[in-house]
Design a protein around this ligand. Structure first.
Ligand SMILES: *Cc1c(COP(=O)(O)O)cnc(C)c1O
Length: 235
């Protein structure tokens, strides 16, 4: 269980973050409901995640299956069913586990992973919303597909029965201006929409750069520290 002071802190952080997102939308000439907040609960306990859901935060994100699977199970056991977004690099052998609880996977970056997720979702009788993670600088070691491979991967995902292609995701590369990164991601989104016009989601923006991402058209921002506080170690 969360303590009351922690609950109050999470409520204040959440309110402040929602207001900041609404202000960024307003400054960018966008409707505040055009951006979805995903609270990234990685490294924080299931009790914090549960408290956020009880405070009305429906979308939660995690980046490691080893942590996400038990957290999702703990919330489900408490009768809480947030929309889970898997946002981290994903090994194919974890597809089966992730497909059991995730509603969205933001990090689909290669065809064999897409196929494994599709098969796993089918086996669980579920379907998954898939975003293609783009490696904007081509350094695929940090996850993401090279820009040149986007259309082919989009075709693969669009053809997988248990996957719904929803759009693109990226992390601004180290050393890049976020505005430059997110402008490139917007062009990647257009490439993917030529394969599937319904794939309009753009997952971009973390605690340090979400305003810039909203100006560049992000429809989902993934915020950890702004909502939960500083993490003890980088995950
Ligand atoms: C941790 C993480 C976030 C959230 O980062 P903050 O800086 O805490 O907002 C967003 N996206 C991904 C992929 C992450 O791993």
């Amino acid at each position: 269980m969360t303590t009351q002071p922690r609950r109050d802190q999470l409520r204040d952080n959440l309110n402040r973050t929602r207001e900041a997102i609404a202000a960024a939308c307003s400054d960018a000439g966008r409707s505040p409901d055009s951006v979805r907040l995903i609270a990234v609960t990685k490294t924080f306990p299931a009790a914090d995640a549960a408290a956020l859901v009880e405070l009305g935060q429906a979308d939660l994100g995690e980046n490691r299956d080893q942590e996400a699977a038990p957290k999702a199970a703990a919330l489900a056991a408490a009768g809480l069913h947030p929309v889970w977004h898997f946002v981290g690099q994903l090994q194919r052998n974890k597809a089966k586990s992730v497909a059991a609880y995730a509603d969205w996977v933001h990090s689909v970056d290669r065809a064999p992973l897409a196929t494994a997720l599709g098969n796993a979702a089918s086996a669980h009788g579920r379907s998954l919303n898939a975003l293609i993670q783009v490696s904007l600088d081509g350094d695929t070691a940090r996850g993401g597909t090279p820009v040149a491979d986007l259309a082919a991967l989009a075709e693969t995902i669009a053809a997988a029965p248990a996957l719904t292609l929803k759009g693109v995701m990226a992390v601004a590369p180290l050393g890049w201006e976020p505005a430059e990164a997110f402008a490139l991601l917007a062009r990647c989104s257009e490439t993917v929409q030529r394969v599937d016009p319904g794939a309009t989601e753009i997952s971009a923006g973390m605690s340090g750069d979400y305003r810039t991402a909203i100006f560049a058209g992000a429809t989902m921002v993934r915020l950890g520290r702004n909502v939960l506080g500083e993490r003890e170690s980088m995950a």
